[in-house]
Design a protein around this ligand. Structure first.
Ligand code: AMP
Length: 282
């Protein structure tokens, strides 16, 4: 695996591959890798000539400075894992490398039609502005054919698809299934920060989503949301931030069940003050 720390060196390497019309698959991450991330790398490796993984903890997408300071970093074990899954290129730039002077606040102006201001957008102000900023910058550097994003961060996936469409970028955005622990907890870099008790209880989030899925279309939308909220809040380790049922494509809040379109249930829950998100198609 080739490791690049600078934009200049990575660009020179990729220029040659792009001239040779190679298909580049790209998996942007913030590191502290787990099997969820690796599933994206493996999918990219199957579908492209070369796979680039980036590890960059992007400061502009954190609304909470202690979350940024405590975000797990594990570049050595990450590098070892990427070699095992035969990733071709690791790009691990510094903040200065990504945000040259004066560019920190530059974000492409796009009409997201409201998808960026619901759910995560309500509770993590400026989060998607930072995500769009960094993903656009990384796309400009890597120039991928295909880019892979997890459904774990479903709203992010929809935002990135919208960005690519709006800016007419020649990149296919591929959504990938959520990889879970044995007890159902969605894998996340933040899970390592859970206490033992928090971790033991955290599998209950997905179990609740599964029961809700069975009851979708039976209970009313508002009753189901209330049931999920109450059941999760009843766990002494949990504090629900939001429970939402929304259209899978537009992310508009669902008020009545629709047969003609797909709906998803989204939750954000603090477990031991660690904020976890999950979602399920209904
Ligand atoms: P992150 O490092 O958290 O920014 O995640 C990088 C990419 O991995 C994003 O596209 C995430 O949605 C994806 N990802 C994170 N956790 C999982 C998971 N459990 N299953 C599938 N994809 C995931």
């Amino acid at each position: 695996m080739q490791v690049f720390l600078t934009v200049r060196e990575l660009s020179m390497f990729l220029d040659i591959l792009l001239k040779a019309k190679k298909k580049i698959g790209f998996v942007p991450t913030m590191g502290a890798l787990h099997p969820g991330h690796l599933s994206l790398i493996k999918k990219s490796a199957e579908e492209n000539d070369i796979t680039v993984c980036s590890i960059f903890v992007n400061p502009t997408q954190f609304n909470n400075s202690s979350d940024l300071a405590n975000y797990p970093r594990a570049i050595e074990s990450d590098t070892a894992m990427l070699k095992v899954v035969a990733c071709d290129v690791l790009f691990a730039p510094s903040i200065e490398e990504i945000y040259r002077q004066g560019e920190v606040n530059s974000t492409p102006s796009i009409d997201f039609q409201g998808i960026e201001v619901v759910m995560e957008g309500v509770y993590r102000k400026e989060h998607f502005k930072g995500v769009v900023q960094v993903v656009k910058r990384l796309f400009d550097i890597v120039r991928p054919t295909n880019a892979y994003f997890g459904e774990k961060d479903y709203q992010q996936l929809v935002v990135i698809k919208k960005m690519v469409k709006s800016l007419k970028l020649p990149i296919s955005i591929i959504g990938c299934y959520i990889v879970r622990e044995v007890d159902g907890l969605a894998m996340s870099s933040r899970n390592v920060r859970l206490s033992n008790e928090g971790r033991k209880n955290a599998g209950f989030i997905y179990k609740t989503l599964l029961v809700a899925k069975q009851n979708a279309h039976k209970a009313s939308v508002s009753d189901l949301k209330k049931w999920v909220t109450d059941v999760l809040n009843a766990n002494e380790y949990f504090r629900v931030e939001y429970v939402e049922i929304a259209d899978s494509t537009t992310l508009l809040s669902t008020h009545e069940w629709q047969q003609s379109s797909s709906q998803r249930l989204f939750v954000a829950v603090f477990v031991d003050e660690i904020r976890l998100i999950d979602n399920i198609v209904l």
